[in-house]
Design a protein around this ligand. Structure first.
Ligand SMILES: Nc1ncnc2c1ncn2[C@@H]1O[C@H](COP(=O)(O)OP(=O)(O)OP(=O)(O)O)[C@@H](O)[C@H]1O
Length: 223
């Protein structure tokens, strides 16, 4: 991973990962005109932790990720983001530039951060290997399978070592073996200094997390 905090090529402006903290106190949310999606979600995360957000479809997992990203404000509770300057997000549906290669997709964020092209491509290649994409480095995005495209999005997000990485259903399109590679890679990303939060239905992803919350629905709280 190019931006790994253990790498000698880390730009000097990276924040001290040990200061990052994501703390949620009794979060609850609903959209205008709807009933409460969830209530009383609390956790306190530091670098190295992988939080699995689990629950049935529609319970608000993606909505919680939006709140953690700062895109949505919770209607109840408090979110404290400390030392988090860079947030990466990998969406459920991969998107990319049809004609650009897999390597380009991972190289560009590094060029934007001031890496020389040769160094950026070398680092991008290493990140692609981490996600088992060695064989498709030069393949255009439009020719990737759904699972390859999803792993490419993960590689692109982690290449600049985000303080907080939010991942929505990373293994939904993957076979068991590839899913295992992705789960291991997400654990490695956390181990290198990120806080990782994953919305998932996958029992294997759940098992790979250091912590899990089962989304408490409003119906649970009311019963
Ligand atoms: N901007 C919005 N306005 C109103 N309702 C919304 C909005 N965004 C999401 N919702 C609704 O909130 C509920 C929770 O959506 P969300 O995508 O967070 O669920 P999820 O648990 O991630 O589901 P899935 O597992 O199917 O991805 C859904 O019923 C959805 O239609």
């Amino acid at each position: 991973m190019a931006g790994s905090r253990q790498s000698s090529s880390v730009p000097a402006d990276l924040p001290d990962a040990t200061t990052a903290r994501l703390s949620a106190e009794s979060l609850g949310h609903r959209f205008a005109g709807t009933s409460m999606l969830f209530t009383d979600v609390s956790f306190d995360l530091r670098p190295g932790e992988v939080l699995g957000v689990c629950g049935p479809s529609g319970c608000g997992k993606s909505t919680l990720l939006s709140i953690l990203a700062g895109w949505e404000s919770p209607v109840v509770g408090t979110l404290i983001r400390t030392g988090i300057t860079r947030t990466g997000w990998v969406f459920q549906n991969p998107y990319g530039v049809a004609r650009r290669s897999a390597l380009d997709h991972v190289t560009f964020p590094l060029l934007a951060r001031g890496y020389a092209r040769r160094e950026a491509e070398s680092a991008a290649g290493a990140t692609l290997r981490l996600f088992g994409l060695d064989d498709v480095v030069d393949r255009p995005f439009r020719a990737l399978s759904g699972g390859e495209a999803q792993r490419l999005m993960l590689a692109r997000a982690v290449t600049v070592a985000p303080d907080l990485l939010l991942v929505d259903e990373p293994t939904a399109q993957l076979d068991t073996r590839t899913a295992h590679t992705v789960n291991a890679a997400l654990s490695n990303i956390a181990a290198s200094g990120s806080i990782v939060v994953i919305a998932t239905h996958d029992p294997d992803t759940r098992a790979a997390c250091t912590r899990v919350i089962d989304m408490p629905t409003y119906a649970d709280a009311a019963s």
